[in-house]
Write a new protein. Structure first.
Length: 412
């Protein structure tokens, strides 16, 4: 094993059994846990491909009771603290989202129930904790959607200033979130965000919560928060046959997969689910990487309603999750997303178009023998078209109401 030493003194572990950062490009290479690597593995990355790192743990020290159901246990991410990076920033009650039975063996994990209405709250509890741990004067994130809103909330909770580089077309609801949390919002052309984020990191010393590399590596600690989705699914359902995940950069896909592999490693199950990445057909960098056998790929991106996952570049994490689970990358059209979103709404779940990609992928794939989980990532309040549809007023008389009820099929 190759180990790189660092003189940094890690802060208090906060119940964490995290030990090192391990290269996904070469698992024999490890780095100290601190500071978090924000640009992937320096030993294996090249100008063309950046390989991420993951957090490793002292798995032999995990108490079996961690996964037992018991009244009065800690809730949210604190429950899983031994298998997460140190949670040194205060939380907002993230996690413990419902698993909803849609019938016929299909379940929906509704991540819109998190504090800022998306799955990103799991990742930002970990990344903002890293910023607190290294004494950063603030955080910076490039996002026009869920990630920015969540980062701003957790930064506010931790007492850190946040700078959010958002494109000019950000949804109104997200802009309201950002300003309510006191973030400094810089609306700039989308292509300018990454360079400006690097400037803020270099000049102000802010901790970056977004990707800084040509192919996606993201924050070293981020996907660890997503593992808790797998833990929660297992606690309620056991191990499903498959998990269908809306996929942009692939961090969520990898995190859920890693959570199930840890459950197997700890002897709590002898199997893992197949993972399905559900990307917009207008892009699909992970599908392209799988097609050509590359660790990551760049693709052009056309117009799609799934703005939250319309990524032009992928990362190696997603490739690993699909390859090692025997899964596939699925491309879903806007029409399929709209159909899946309508199906979710008819069951009482209102999600943004991107969040419906998991169910759209399942419906396009066809039935799978065994329970299947579709992850729904965020609330319909986050979508670009929210607020554009208004109900027509009706005259407050019975004849007018009767006509409207008849038109709706409620009267014969």
């Amino acid at each position: 094993m190759i180990a790189f030493e660092d003189s940094s003194t890690p802060p208090a572990a906060a119940g964490s059994l995290a030990t090192v950062q391990r290269s996904l490009g070469d698992p024999a290479i490890t780095y100290p846990l601190w500071p978090p690597l924000i640009a992937g593995c320096p030993a294996t990355s090249t100008d063309e491909i950046a390989y991420p790192v993951e957090v490793d743990y002292a798995y032999e020290r995990v108490e079996p009771e961690l996964f037992e159901r018991a009244a009065g246990r800690r809730r949210g991410l604190e429950r899983w603290a031994p298998l997460l990076p140190p949670l040194l920033a205060p939380g907002l009650g993230e996690g413990d989202t419902p698993l909803i039975d849609f019938g016929d063996g299909v379940y929906v994990k509704d991540e819109s129930r998190n504090p800022t209405w998306s799955h990103k709250d799991r990742i930002n509890r970990c990344t903002v904790s890293a910023a607190v741990a290294v004494g950063a004067p603030g955080v910076v994130v490039s996002s026009s959607g869920n990630h920015g809103a969540s980062a701003a909330a957790f930064a506010a909770r931790a007492g850190l200033p946040a700078v959010v580089l958002a494109s000019t077309g950000a949804p109104a609801a997200v802009d309201s979130f950002l300003n309510a949390y006191g973030a400094t919002v810089l609306s700039v052309p989308a292509e300018a965000r990454w360079g400006l984020m690097r400037e803020i990191v270099d000049r102000l010393g802010f901790h970056p919560l977004s990707n800084l590399t040509g192919t996606h590596t993201g924050h070293a600690f981020g996907p660890e928060g997503y593992k808790s989705i797998a833990y929660e699914i297992h606690a309620e359902l056991g191990v499903p046959a498959a998990v269908f995940v809306p996929t942009g950069y692939g961090e969520l896909l990898f995190g859920v997969w890693k959570g199930f592999t840890e459950l197997r490693r700890l002897g709590l199950t002898d199997r893992t689910p197949r993972m399905f990445a559900c990307e917009p057909a207008a892009g699909g960098p992970l599908a392209e990487a799988m097609r050509v056998g590359a660790p990551a790929a760049h693709v052009p991106v056309g117009h799609t309603t799934a703005y939250a996952i319309d990524c032009s570049v992928g990362g190696y994490r997603g490739v690993l999750a699909l390859r090692d689970s025997g899964g596939r990358a699925l491309l879903v059209t806007d029409a399929e997303l709209a159909s899946a979103r309508s199906e979710l709404s008819r069951q009482g779940l209102w999600v943004e178009a991107s969040a419906a990609a998991g169910l759209a992928g399942l419906r396009g794939h066809g039935p799978i023998d065994g329970p299947v989980v579709c992850v729904a990532t965020s609330s319909g309040f986050k979508d670009l078209d929210t607020g554009t549809h208004r109900s027509n007023p009706v005259e407050p008389t019975w004849p007018a109401v009767e006509r409207r009820l008849r038109a709706a099929g409620l009267l014969s």
